[in-house]
Design a binder for this molecule. Structure first.
Ligand SMILES: Nc1ncnc2c1ncn2[C@@H]1O[C@H](COP(=O)(O)OP(=O)(O)OP(=O)(O)O)[C@@H](O)[C@H]1O
Ligand SMILES: [Mg+2]
Length: 240
């Protein structure tokens, strides 16, 4: 259980919201530039480090935002090196699938700027682009029972960037106004009507767990950034 992910309104009071990561194992985090995706991702990574004590995690940061993500080690890749680490995670997945590796702990694939990575691949290597998409489909359709946990963050998602869209069973929008656009709503929260969207400032968003209604949340501020950096580094230093 990953606790205190954000706050939701419960009978007029803000209350911390927990996500059962073993059930809601494939997350999409969406929002326009500056909406706070990387900030939110930092917090989630810290919580995974704290609550999933034997988890193993890989972090792929296509934008190479080292101020946000200063972690180092062979479970972290930036920019063009993301492809190589993505392949490594796929191999781990395949090893679990083929029972060459025990499913002893959760294995996280955390990817910031997923769509930008795909757009880059599409421009430079069409075959690889297709290959990466089909691997993502494999992983999100079969990964849950194999301990794979997937977190993708992106400024915008197109249906084509999310093979097996409905395998992503926890969808988070870090912007409210973003959902006034029909295409964003259709992709993220297909049942949500435009007049249900309440526009709020940065720090608010909407999320939906599979089978549940769309709900508003408010992000929780990190108090100690330095300790968070240490926790993040600790997570990506396991099993190496
Ligand atoms: N919940 C929040 N409340 C107030 N300010 C926030 C919040 N989250 C992030 N910010 C601030 O907003 C700015 C942008 O945040 P961040 O870099 O996380 O956004 P992003 O969505 O990752 O942007 P980009 O798409 O450009 O990478 C930062 O200065 C950050 O400190
Ligand atoms: Mg960012």
């Amino acid at each position: 259980m990953i606790k205190n992910v954000f706050e939701v309104n419960s009978r007029g009071h803000p209350s911390p919201f927990n996500i059962d990561i073993n059930r809601y194992f494939a997350l999409i985090i969406a929002g326009p530039s500056g909406s706070g995706k990387s900030t939110f991702l930092r917090r989630i990574i810290g919580l995974i480090s704290f609550y999933d004590t034997d988890a193993e995690a890989y972090f792929l940061d296509f934008k190479a935002d080292e101020a946000m993500f200063p972690m180092t080690g062979n479970h972290v890749a930036r920019g063009f090196y993301c492809l190589e680490l993505f392949e490594t995670v796929c191999q781990r997945f395949e090893a679990r699938l083929n029972k060459q590796e025990n499913i002893a702990h959760n294995l996280y694939l955390i990817f910031d700027e997923w769509q930008a990575f795909l757009a880059y691949l599409e421009q430079t290597d069409k075959k690889k682009h297709k290959d990466v998409l089909s691997k993502m489909l494999m992983m999100n359709s079969m990964g849950r029972s194999l301990g794979l946990r997937i977190i993708l963050s992106s400024q915008r998602f197109l249906m084509s960037d999310l093979p097996g869209r409905y395998n992503f069973n926890c969808v988070i929008s870090l912007s409210t106004s973003f959902l006034l656009a029909t295409n964003n709503r259709q992709l993220l929260f297909p049942d949500m009507e435009k007049d249900e969207v309440i526009v709020k400032p940065r720090g608010y968003g909407y999320f939906q767990l599979e089978g549940e209604p769309v709900k508003m949340f408010r992000t929780i501020q990190v108090r100690d950034e330095e300790r968070l950096n240490q926790r993040m580094q600790e997570l990506f230093s396991r099993y190496i």
